[in-house]
Design a protein around this ligand. Structure first.
Ligand SMILES: [Fe+2]
Length: 366
């Protein structure tokens, strides 16, 4: 299968993976032949890239879904539906979480189970760095955001050599870090355009709400409440709610802060247009120089990122565009690329840039 930009999509191509809506319902089934009407629909939904079936296989092995996705689809779906259920249960203003009515608790066991699945998946994968394209292309708001931030935090935890126990504590906290948002009015959370100062003050409260929801919750480790409280604190003291500095912010909170910033910037958000991964990486470096996010942790994180993820389009120094089809771990800066119809050739051209040192990548186009 091949990852293509919806903008460049021709009708007649066949979907290699289903397209999901915000509520996890299938909008278009795998195997659907794309008509101009469907393509327009995808554009309206602001879906930028999709997987299509490759018609002429050029001898390169097709990637299976598992090879492309960081988390298998069933785990992702289970995670999003668990969070949805959990949020429904606690979406009651002035709810007391310390009473004995078990129906009103977040179903901690379900969350712990799904977090276990995610942790096991990340611990057992040793090839994470080339799989970021998928994490970054997931289109949705809070539900996917929670799963993404969990995965990104775990990747940092893994690169720091955390044992399974720490990974689990980190994962539960990452998964629940924004839970306080359920107490913020949706009109403010989903507002188009800039928030007023008053509205921003209200949004900031989600850190405190999250702490209050989680601190007394049975079966949820104490550190989760602390992560919810601290994930918008910044190392230089410019964050909220307390404005504390690095040495007072728990390492887990510093990790979740980076994952949160990264995820928010790489996904479409109602208040922001999508930006390129290389811009995010530049931004992360800026935060290092401003001492807002933990510099050491960011370096570890960036080490895991592939500068040219599989599926990205790049401009080569020989004057043509190419798509990255494979990235070698020991040479992330020189991937294998495929050039389509170059200078009148009727066949696609595959170039291993680690062997063709005279050709370089000039620009990432997508
Ligand atoms: Fe947050």
């Amino acid at each position: 299968m091949e990852l293509v930009k919806v903008d460049n999509l021709e009708s007649g191509k066949v979907l290699a993976k289903p397209i999901y809506g915000a509520d996890q319902s299938i909008l278009l089934k795998k195997g659907t032949e794309l008509t101009p009407k469907y393509i327009n629909h995808l554009k309206r939904l602001k879906i930028r890239t999709i997987y299509i079936k490759e018609v002429d296989n050029d001898g390169f092995k097709e990637l299976s879904e598992d090879e492309i996705e960081v988390l298998p689809k069933n785990i992702k779906q289970k995670a999003t539906s668990t969070v949805k259920e959990a949020l429904k249960k606690i979406d009651v203003p002035e709810q007391s979480y310390t009473n004995d009515d078990s129906d009103n608790y977040i179903e901690a066991d379900k969350i712990l189970n799904i977090v276990d699945d995610i942790v096991t998946e990340i611990i057992n994968r040793d090839d994470l760095f080339v799989k970021f394209k998928d994490v970054m292309s997931i289109e949705d708001e809070l539900f996917f955001h929670l799963t993404n931030v969990t995965v990104l935090s775990l990747i940092m935890g893994k690169s720091l050599g955390y044992d399974e126990e720490r990974m689990k504590l980190l994962a539960i906290g990452a998964f629940l870090h924004d839970i306080g948002k359920i107490k913020i009015a949706p009109e403010i959370l989903n507002k188009h355009g800039r928030l007023t100062d008053e509205e921003f003050e209200i949004v900031k409260q989600h850190a405190i709400y999250g702490y209050e929801i989680l601190k007394d919750m049975p079966n949820i480790p104490d550190i989760s409440a602390r992560i919810a409280y601290e994930h918008h604190e910044r190392c230089d003291g410019s964050g909220y709610p307390k404005g504390i500095t690095q040495r007072y912010i728990h390492e887990f909170s510093r990790i979740v802060a980076i994952a949160d910033v990264f995820d928010a910037m790489t996904n479409d958000r109602v208040y922001r247009t999508r930006i390129q991964v290389n811009e995010v990486i530049e931004y992360l470096y800026t935060t290092v120089s401003q001492n807002q996010l933990d510099a050491e942790l960011i370096k570890t994180f960036l080490d895991f990122l592939a500068p040219y993820p599989i599926g990205s389009t790049v401009k080569l120094s020989i004057g043509c565009e190419a798509v990255v089809i494979d990235v070698k771990k020991d040479n992330k800066l020189r991937p294998i690329v495929k050039v389509s119809r170059f200078k009148g050739l009727d066949e696609d051209l595959t170039i291993d840039l680690s062997k063709r040192l005279n050709i370089s990548i000039e620009q990432v186009l997508d």
